[in-house]
Design a protein around this ligand. Structure first.
Ligand code: AMP
Length: 318
């Protein structure tokens, strides 16, 4: 086994670590995660290891991207297991801050666990995250990064505060870790595209790499949320991968229309017992819905199995 990664909990110490290595000419690759690591995350970490001298992984469940009605409290965690897996891959530093919205005295603590409420609408009338719901006007945090068009469709429809929270926390992490390269999974396709756009639009000096989806032996996309599926739901959830595969085949070999492809996926997942949030076929970069697949597109789906919402996608390159 490689040596243990340095575990850093404080953002100033993280920045110091990063700067001291960069000043010696070392390049740094970064993989942001919310922990409870599985092979999907580890593939990103391996990719990062091949791209730079040093690898940093962050583990932080970000309250700014969860609505009060969502599963922040149920999000699984296993820091000890995560550190063990990361040591095995030769990761150099693991950044696991307690609260990235704690700005110290007078700045508000953003104490999310203690004062979480069920309220989902802020004083401005817009939906709020767990961060604001917990702290009211006292969170001290009021700056949000919005990638205005890309954040609107797909997951943004049913999770209105999600991408604002993701873009903001990734921007904060980039400013703290100061990596040369960051690796994101295409499993969260819209997230990956949003981060690419944010980096381009705001001139972050970070190269973004998109890493392919890692699946279980039978095709289910790996996700930290899969452990919350009952054995029956786990079986039913396989309809996501099976229906996407059939739709991809139909798109490439049967010239099916996008409407037919969507209907096929919706039918197969619904018949299996899933509840569809959305099924969309969109252009790969702009995420704008397409009628016909005559250029690179991606079929994206979100569906509920019991209390667990799963997402997946498949690129189609005609
Ligand atoms: P999360 O911990 O869910 O926030 O994920 C951290 C990173 O791992 C994100 O860039 C995800 O897209 C990526 N990721 C999660 N699951 C997979 C998977 N099955 N295949 C590839 N990347 C993944």
């Amino acid at each position: 086994m490689a040596s243990e990664p340095e575990v850093i909990r404080d953002k100033t110490a993280m920045r110091r670590w990063s700067r001291s290595h960069r000043s010696k000419g070392k390049t740094l690759a970064f993989v942001p995660t919310m922990g409870f690591l599985h092979e999907g995350h580890l593939a990103l970490v391996r990719a990062a290891g091949d791209l730079a001298d040093l690898t940093v992984v962050s583990i932080y469940v970000n309250p700014g991207q969860f609505a009060p009605s969502e599963d922040l409290d149920a999000y699984p965690a296993d820091l000890r297991g995560d550190l063990y897996k990361l040591a095995d891959l030769g990761v150099h530093a693991v950044f696991c801050p307690t609260n990235l919205y704690d700005y110290g005295e007078g700045g508000g603590r953003g104490d999310v666990q203690a004062r979480r409420t069920e309220g989902a609408i802020g004083s401005s009338g817009s939906p709020v995250s767990c961060l604001e719901a917990a702290a009211g006007d006292g969170s001290g945090h009021e700056t949000w990064v919005r990638v205005e068009k890309l954040e609107r469709g797909l997951c943004g429809m049913s999770r209105p505060v999600f991408f604002r929270g993701v873009a903001t926390i990734v921007a904060k992490l980039f400013n703290i870790v100061e990596p040369d390269i960051a690796v994101f999974g295409k499993k969260d396709y819209q997230q990956w595209r949003i981060i690419c756009r944010m980096v381009r639009d705001l001139d972050f000096a970070v190269k973004i790499i998109g890493s392919e989806i890692v699946r279980e032996f039978d095709g289910l996309a790996m996700s930290s949320r899969n452990v919350r599926l009952s054995p029956e739901e786990r079986e039913k959830a396989l309809s996501i991968y099976n229906s996407l595969s059939k739709a991809k085949y139909a798109a490439l070999h049967e010239q099916s229309t996008c409407q037919e492809l969507r209907s096929l996926v919706i039918q197969l997942v619904t018949e299996a017992g899933g509840r569809i949030d959305y099924v969309e076929i969109v252009e790969q970069e702009s995420l704008i819905p397409v009628e016909e697949i005559d250029s690179p597109a991606v079929i994206c789906i979100a569906a509920w199995f019991g209390a667990v919402r799963l997402i997946d996608n498949m690129e189609i390159n005609p």
